[in-house]
Design a protein around this ligand. Sequence first.
Ligand code: FE
Length: 208
Amino acid sequence: MKNKAAMYKLSYGLFVLTAKEGDKHNGCITNTAIQVTSDPNRISIAVNKANYTHDMVMNTKKFTVSILSEDASFDLFKQFGFQSGREVDKFADFTDCKEADNGTMIITKGTNAYISATVISTVDLGSHTLFIAEVTDGDVLSETSSATYEYYQKNIKPQPKPAAEKSEGKTVWRCKVCGYEYEGEELPADFVCPLCKHPASDFEKVIK
Ligand code: FE
């Protein structure tokens, strides 16, 4: 590939993907919801197998994607993106939500619509599963513009502090997804961001 940065020019929306298994609600941030056909109305989502939500969708076949809008707070991304439903109940103290017809949660603040769907087909992609699903319900929640991944990077994610006038020459590796900083000359190749779980390839070297 002449320039891998070409991949960054693809535009993506951002979504909270929610599922319910037994009494347990869970959700995670994803950028992979796409309408694939309009008649019948079907969408696809690709979900990392490491996500707890992945197994819940696999087992129950039901999910909702709440579409994040430009007024979504960074706290909302932290709530659903930077912790695992295996360790915490993401809905324990979370009130900006209501239950959809299929029993999964709709996020009602920082979102402009939701789409509920039932899985009809899966494709094993190794690290991810591609779910193809029939849309069963959906509604518009606000007229605020949808947040793209680019919008998140420029306007929602906290910007790194400007370098001090006199550089200390300290090297850090900054996660391009969430902004986490690892201090050290070399970032281990198998390093995984402790906040958002993205790999070493999503870090950039910064001299402070
Ligand atoms: Fe990160």
